[in-house]
Design a protein around this ligand. Structure first.
Ligand SMILES: Nc1ncnc2c1ncn2[C@@H]1O[C@H](COP(=O)(O)OP(=O)(O)OP(=O)(O)O)[C@@H](O)[C@H]1O
Ligand SMILES: [Mg+2]
Length: 298
């Protein structure tokens, strides 16, 4: 049986005007009855936002995390349970009659449970699931009235609960392990494209997640944003790099202008830079140039 989660507000969730605008847009589309798709590159905050928006809806949540192994039985359910019946018959005291029967039972999975009981479904990374598996979503998102159950569940139809809402997230198609979603599914979703946080939000997230002062977070975010803007990164560093640098700096007791801080920045950021992109300049030289614009050396 699918388990529903009751969400609590996170103290460390950062809500700047930038985030509030996305949350309000998403809530208004969901309240109008449309499923939403938070789409964007790694680290742009899709999963965190999905949980926050689901919490705002105030209903229990069922969560599906997409990957290549997910089958339709993981979404709807299947004959996953087993029931056993044992009868001891001692009607005549000298005779013991034992009768045993066992049969499989249908268990609802998370999508079906959300549709039946009006929960909020978070379907994280839905494009990592084979597109044909996601076909089951089409009739649910289309008219939200009728959902036909597979014959193995006894068949028949259920009415999708009017409170059912769905929040999906997806990475860009060019990412490894991501399928192209079918047009019919995208056509039924309102897609909100997230293209990275504004600077203030990134600073606030770094402060909240690493518990560092504003000035430290601002410099670290400044370094990461400058590096991004060079266009020389193979893997664009995200707010995760900012949080990582801030946590390591704190852990090592390093200050912004120390050699240790530079070492941490090199270790975290050098692997993001594409060797093929920087030409004759070395990765270390590029990083030093970026660092010198934000911090000095003691
Ligand atoms: N509004 C926010 N408040 C606090 N922390 C946040 C917020 N948004 C994102 N973060 C933090 O930023 C990091 C990246 O966010 P998240 O995991 O939601 O991104 P994502 O887009 O789902 O990434 P991926 O595609 O890799 O799954 C996480 O450490 C997360 O806790
Ligand atoms: Mg995510």
């Amino acid at each position: 049986m699918a388990t529903a989660i009751i969400l609590k507000p996170s103290e460390r969730f950062v809500e700047t005007p930038f985030i509030r605008d996305i949350v309000n847009r998403a809530l208004s589309y969901l309240k109008a009855g449309f499923p939403i798709n938070l789409a964007g590159p790694a680290g742009c905050g899709k999963t965190t936002l999905a949980f926050h928006i689901a919490w705002k809806l105030g209903k229990p949540v069922t969560l599906i995390v997409g990957n290549d192994e997910v089958k339709s039985s993981n979404l709807i359910g299947g004959e996953l349970g087993y029931s056993r019946r044992l009868i001891y018959d001692r009607f005549i005291s000298s005779v013991l009659k034992v009768e045993e029967s066992a049969y499989k039972v249908w268990l609802d999975e998370r999508l079906l449970a959300a549709c039946k009981y009006g929960y909020t479904l978070i379907y994280d990374e839905f494009t990592r699931v084979k597109p044909e598996v996601n076909n089951v979503l089409l009739p649910i998102f289309e008219d939200k009235m009728i959902f036909s159950l597979p014959a193995s569940s006894g068949g028949g139809y259920i009415r999708v609960h009017p409170d059912f809402r769905a929040i999906l997230t997806s990475n860009p198609e060019e990412y490894a392990g991501v399928y192209r979603a079918q047009d019919a599914l995208l056509d039924r979703l309102v897609t909100i494209h997230l293209n990275g946080f504004d600077e203030e939000t990134e600073v606030r997230i770094t402060m909240a997640k690493a518990s560092v002062p504003y000035e430290d977070a601002k410099r670290i975010v400044g370094i990461v944003r400058r590096l991004r803007e060079t266009g020389l990164c193979e893997y664009t560093p995200t707010v995760r790099s900012c949080i990582m640098i801030a946590k390591l700096m704190k852990q090592c007791g390093a200050d912004l202008n120390s050699k240790k801080f530079r070492e941490i920045c090199h270790d975290v950021l050098a692997p993001k830079i594409g060797k093929g992109k920087i030409g004759k300049v070395s990765i270390d030289t590029l990083l030093e140039e970026v660092l010198n614009k934000e911090v000095s050396v003691n």
